[in-house]
Design a protein around this ligand. Structure first.
Ligand code: 4AD
Ligand code: MG
Length: 467
């Protein structure tokens, strides 16, 4: 018996009855009567628990009484066919070991309140629930699928810096990085903070996007992607915004906007397909527990062509809907950015499928986007998804040196700070494109969860940096 190796619950549940086994994990529930005890044991390898059956007698009573919900235990025993209906096999316990007791009064996951709001307050323990186990396994699977997708297509994984001196999106939503003493900030002659005394000798922040450095990679290596943390100090308390989120940013030389859209569509579809194939059990659990339209929604995205629509057309559709009596909270005017309600109207009510909106007004998009002939729009593309709104933002890039410099000047940005970026257009400029997929937005779609705080282990949002 002693040489029996521990097996994970996922594996045990697939085995034939008869073997001597060793399982370790955390107790989900314990119930029973005077003679017998049933324990549901989970070790995080699957959403399912394995049933442990133990006889209650004078020998076992001392150890059984220490086993409560949340306790960590080991079980040696025999895998037998289960008479109960919930499972094919269960473990007949021969030896029980308690690794860690769990105070049944203080254990936070015993509370009746299992709302997501409550679980966010105990995010250090919520991975032990079935729901967060499923979500976090899916998150890990998707990260792997993303690397596999690009790897199989010869993209180079490029690590871009997290600390940077440039505001890639020009939106000014950056977290400053400084070692200056905030109680005694050195000042320059103008009375402003003297960043030459700071750690990097200049003002630096956490990155809002790896794109600009990604372009340096693409214009040398051909096709690259980044996959890393991204930070935005936008004070948006919404179910779709985090101050720290993960972004995947592919950047490709010689791709125009159409190639870019083709890649974005194929990329998302393969990720969804991967999830349906490799994480079926977790998705089924989330579907059955919270959202019985989840699997149908995932399958429909895999099997449908995304709509491709210029922004100007989108505005016409929205205005027509408004004029026909549809109530939008925000106005729809050409030249304004679309609100989530507008994006969702197009996707969920008008087309009933994902939409790639292109050719946005240049004034609501970043400086690096390729300018169209009309002088008003840029070759931007946002991929809009049901329930989510914007899941991807991207564009063909302005490859023309003069046009890029003119736009930088027009926006009052510093050419000097961007000299290294502008060099890509100065020395062997090439047409190129790229996009950014918000990892947590993708996970919202794949898990069917409603709030972005529930698809990342430890969410960072305004006024919240617990754990
Ligand atoms: O549209 P965004 O701002 O585009 C960029 O950053 C480009 N540099 C990407 C590129 O072309 N390489 O952000 C891209 C995506 C959004 O579509 C959204 O999915 C996600 O990043 N995102 C956020 N996700 C969570 N919380 C936030 N605060 C987010 N801001 C953007
Ligand atoms: Mg965007």
């Amino acid at each position: 018996m002693s040489e029996v190796r521990r097996k994970k619950v996922k594996e045990l549940l697939q085995m034939e009855a008869g073997a001597d086994v060793l399982a370790k994990g955390w107790v989900r529930t314990k119930r029973g009567n005077k003679e017998i005890v049933f324990i549901a044991l989970n070790d995080g390898s699957t959403v399912r628990s394995i049933q442990i059956v133990a006889d209650k007698n004078a020998d076992t009573e001392p150890v059984l009484s220490r086993i409560t919900t949340g306790a960590c235990i080991g079980v040696r025993g025999k895998l037998v066919a289960s008479v109960g209906s919930g499972q094919a096999v269960e473990i007949r316990a021969q030896e029980l070991t308690v690794y860690g007791e769990c105070d049944p009064v203080r254990y936070p996951l015993q509370k009746k309140d299992t709302s997501f709001e409550y679980l966010r307050t105990v995010a250090h323990l919520r991975p032990r629930t079935n729901t967060f186990g499923a979500v976090l396994r899916l998150r890990s699977q998707m990260a792997f699928a993303i690397h596999a997708y690009f790897h199989s297509r010869g993209f180079v994984y490029l690590n871009t810096p997290l600390i940077t001196a440039s505001d890639a999106e020009g939106a000014g939503q950056m977290f400053q990085v400084t070692t200056l003493d905030l109680n005694n900030v050195p000042k320059n002659k103008k009375g402003l903070p003297d960043f030459s005394k700071d750690f990097f000798g200049k003002q630096t922040s956490l990155t809002v996007s790896g794109q600009l450095e990604g372009e340096l990679g693409a214009t040398a290596l051909g096709e690259i992607y980044t996959f890393g943390p991204t930070f935005r100090a936008e004070n948006s308390n919404t179910p779709r915004h985090l101050a720290e989120f993960w972004m995947i940013e592919p950047e490709m030389a010689f791709y125009d906007i159409r190639d870019n859209m083709d890649l974005a569509e194929d990329f998302i579809k393969s990720l969804v397909r991967y999830a349906l194939e490799h994480s079926r059990e977790d998705i089924q659990f989330l579907n059955d527990r919270y959202d019985d339209g989840l699997i149908a929604r995932l399958e429909s995205v895999v099997n449908t062509d995304f709509v491709r629509l210029p922004y100007t057309e989108g505005i016409r559709i929205l205005q027509a809907a408004r004029d026909a009596g549809h109530r939008f909270e925000y106005p729809v005017d050409w030249g304004t950015d679309l609100q989530s309600e507008h994006e969702r109207y197009l996707v969920e009510e008008h087309f009933k499928k994902p939409v790639i909106l292109t050719d946005y007004p240049k004034d609501i998009k970043a400086f690096y986007m390729k300018q169209n002939e009309d002088g008003k729009t840029v070759r931007a593309m946002d991929v809009l998804f049901p329930k989510i709104g914007e899941i991807i933002g991207g564009s063909e890039r302005e490859a023309d040196l003069q046009k890029l410099e003119a736009r930088v000047d027009e926006l009052g940005m510093s050419r000097k700070n961007l000299e290294w970026y502008i060099d890509t257009r100065r020395f062997g400029s090439c047409p190129h494109s790229g996009f950014g997929l918000g990892f947590e937005r993708l996970l919202l779609f794949i898990t069917g969860m409603q709030n972005i705080r529930d698809v990342i282990p430890f969410p960072r949002t305004p006024k919240n940096a617990e754990f």
